[in-house]
Design a protein around this ligand. Structure first.
Ligand code: NAG
Ligand code: NAG
Ligand code: NAG
Ligand code: NAG
Length: 309
């Protein structure tokens, strides 16, 4: 009887928050190689400030994590933080320094959750794509271009009983399926057909929404782990509140803002279930992104501000 209980609990660990909550969560964001020619002179790696504000607005603090560190250094950071957000961008999903570091944290997160140590991951846009590559063990992306395009989500039946959308008022869930509240800025994605045809992806994630790309391909736009607190959106919830360039289609309606707020709060609440912490308050303070100053890049990028490292 006991063995059965233990096995079941291992499986449902990510769904049940039994223990105490951490009201001082810290979420890690990996810096990413600067690929944009205009931004390159400003720093070798960067993090757009919109992702940082997104997490801060949900009640978290953010730690930037540099690339090219050792496994031991990443393990130390992993034990200090309560979740990780994989940002959008444009680097190779397998061979870049970013992908390599992301992979290490993914493996650590899998192992921790298996042991009942709740550690959430969130992937946005390229982060979503990266999650599919890491789970499937292969790159299943094809052309699903939706560039500078706002869309309503085509919600699946699972969306209505999902964790991601659990705190959405029914009115807002209806709105997100009818109004163009999600900003898309991608060229690649995983089609619904590929996703459902891949055993690993299909077993790992529930598909919560799909959308149709400019070329007619139907791609998965929102997913959540069936057993792990891992979440992915092919669209960009952070732009709804934190990006404003007039030349891009960023949704800023009241409903769009609420979608963005509720998702950031949802993910930060997942991070509250993690009791990881820095060895000392001094080390925590030194690691926080508050030690860095973002730069205004609004004149020549889609972002308003970026941190450079
Ligand atoms: C990481 O290390 C590689 C190999 O030494 C180097 O080419 C690359 O520039 C480094 N990346 C960063 C972001 O420092
Ligand atoms: C939404 O998905 C359903 C189920 O796959 C499909 O029948 C429907 O045509 C889709 N609607 C849109 C607007 O893409
Ligand atoms: C993807 O498809 C669109 C529409 O068919 C096309 O315009 C675009 O060049 C393709 N992009 C890539 C990266 O292949
Ligand atoms: C984005 O879409 C809007 C509306 O269609 C358009 O006016 C704008 O030029 C586009 N921006 C870019 C950078 O393509």
């Amino acid at each position: 009887m006991l063995a059965v209980f233990v096995v079941l609990c291992g499986v449902c660990a990510s769904r049940v928050s039994a223990g105490p909550l951490n009201d001082r969560p810290v979420i890690g964001i990996l810096t990413q190689e600067t690929e944009d020619e205009d931004m390159k002179p400003l720093g070798r790696t960067y993090i757009p400030a919109s992702y940082v504000k997104y997490l801060e607005s949900g009640g978290s603090r953010v730690v930037p994590i540099r690339l090219n560190q050792s496994q031991a250094e990443y393990e130390k950071i992993f034990k200090s933080i309560n979740g990780m957000l994989y940002i959008g961008g444009a680097v190779d999903l397998v061979s870049s320094d970013y992908a390599k570091a992301a992979h290490i944290f993914f493996q650590l997160a899998l192992k921790a959750n298996d042991m009942g140590d709740h550690f959430p991951l969130w992937g946005t846009c390229m982060g979503f794509q990266l999650l599919t590559v890491m789970v499937a063990g292969e790159n299943l992306l094809t052309n699903t271009t939706a560039e500078n395009l706002t869309l309503p989500l085509n919600l699946t039946a699972e969306a209505w009983s999902s964790r991601i959308f659990q705190n959405f008022p029914v009115k807002l869930l209806k709105a997100v399926s009818q109004e163009p509240l999600t900003g898309n800025f991608h060229h690649y994605g995983v089609t619904e057909e590929t996703f459902k045809g891949n055993k690993k992806l299909q077993q790992f994630f529930s598909i919560l929404s799909t959308n149709v790309a400019e070329n007619g391909a139907k791609f998965v736009s929102t997913m959540e782990g069936r057993w792990y607190p891992f979440y992915g959106v092919q669209w960009h919830p952070e732009v709804n509140r934190f990006q404003w360039r007039p030349s891009f289609q960023f949704p800023h309606s009241s409903n769009a803002v609420q979608v963005s707020s509720l998702l950031s709060e949802f993910f930060v609440n997942e991070a509250r279930k993690s009791l990881h912490h820095f060895p000392s308050p001094e080390e925590e303070t030194a690691a926080l992104i508050y030690n860095y100053t973002p730069m205004y890049v609004g004149g020549f990028t889609a972002y308003e501000q970026c941190y450079f490292f």
